[in-house]
Write a protein that binds this ligand. Structure first.
Ligand SMILES: Cc1cc2nc3c(=O)[nH]c(=O)nc-3n(C[C@H](O)[C@H](O)[C@H](O)COP(=O)(O)O)c2cc1C
Length: 226
C-alpha cells in the first residue's frame, strides 16, 4: 500500500480479533512511531506497552468497559515527560545529535539557551500538559499510520479515567497520559468511514474566517504518491 491508500484505509477499530501481533511487527511500529518530529527533538514521548490479559482487563475497567481494551493484542499508554527541559536531558539530546553528526557547538549552545526560556515563558501554550500532548499525539499518529502500513489496525482512545490508570501503572507525577492506542487485527465488520467535512468548512485563506480558494498552481499540480 502506498501512503495515500494507507491514510484512506485507516479506521478507528471498534473490535479486534484475538490474534496477537508478532513481536517484530510491534517493534517496527514503535520504531517508526518514534521517528515523529518533536520540539527541539526532545522526544518527550514514553510508551507503556500493555499485552498481559490481567493488565488489559484493568485498562478496560479504567476505560468505561470499552471491550477493545481486552480484545486488542497490545495497548500503548502514550505518555509525555514534562521534565525534558532539564539540563541533563538536553545534554542527552545534544549527545545524540553529535553521534549522528547533526549537532555542532553553536546548535548545542542555542539549545541550552533557548529550551529553558521556551518552557519558562510558554509563548504558544498555557500548560505543560498541552505541550506534552502536542508532541505525543504526533508519535501516536505516526504509529497508527505505521501500523496500517504493516497490516495492523488501531484505535486511539481518550475515553479513560486518568487517576486510577496512573496509580495502577505507577506513572510518575511529571508524566502526562496523553492517549491510549489499541493495536491488533480488526474483527468484521471493519469500521465504516464516518465522512469528513469539505475543505471549505475547515480551511481559511490568509485570515481566520476568510474563504479559502485554491490558486491556479495548486489546481495544476498532479499529486502522485508512491
Ligand atoms: C484523540 C482521540 C481519542 C479517541 N478516543 C476514542 C475512544 O475513547 N473510543 C473509541 O472508540 N474511539 C475513540 N477515538 C476514535 C474516533 O472516534 C475516530 O477516530 C473518529 O470517529 C473518526 O473515525 P476514523 O478514525 O475511523 O476515521 C478517538 C480518536 C481520537 C483522535
Amino acid at each position: 500500500m502506498n501512503i495515500t491508500e494507507i491514510l484512506k484505509k485507516r479506521r478507528a477499530t471498534r473490535s479486534f480479533l484475538p490474534s496477537p501481533i508478532p513481536s517484530e511487527v510491534l517493534e517496527e511500529i514503535l520504531r517508526l512511531g518514534c521517528l515523529a518530529p518533536s520540539s527541539y527533538n526532545l522526544q518527550p514521548w514514553r510508551f507503556i506497552i500493555v499485552t498481559e490479559a490481567e493488565h488489559k482487563a484493568k485498562l478496560r475497567e479504567f476505560c468505561f468497559e470499552q471491550e477493545k481494551l481486552t480484545e486488542a493484542s497490545a495497548v500503548l499508554i502514550c505518555c509525555g515527560d514534562r521534565q525534558v527541559n532539564q539540563k541533563k536531558y538536553i545534554n542527552k539530546v545534544i549527545e545524540l545529535g553529535k553521534q549522528v553528526g547533526s549537532m555542532n557547538e553553536k546548535r548545542a549552545k542555542f539549545m541550552h539557551m533557548a529550551i529553558p526560556s521556551f518552557f519558562q515563558f510558554k509563548p504558544c501554550y498555557q500548560f505543560m500538559e498541552a505541550w506534552t500532548n502536542r508532541q505525543v499525539m504526533i508519535a501516536a499518529t505516526y504509529m497508527m499510520i505505521a501500523a496500517q502500513s504493516l497490516g495492523v489496525d488501531s484505535c486511539p482512545i481518550e475515553g479513560f479515567v486518568a487517576k486510577p490508570l496512573r496509580e495502577y501503572f505507577q506513572i510518575p507525577d511529571h508524566v502526562d497520559v496523553c492517549c491510549l492506542l489499541a493495536l491488533g487485527y480488526a474483527a468484521e465488520p471493519y469500521s465504516q468511514y464516518g465522512g469528513r467535512f469539505e475543505l471549505d468548512q475547515l480551511c481559511y485563506g490568509e485570515i481566520y474566517g476568510e474563504a479559502f480558494e485554491l490558486g491556479p498552481i495548486s489546481h495544476e499540480r498532479t499529486v502522485e504518491y508512491t
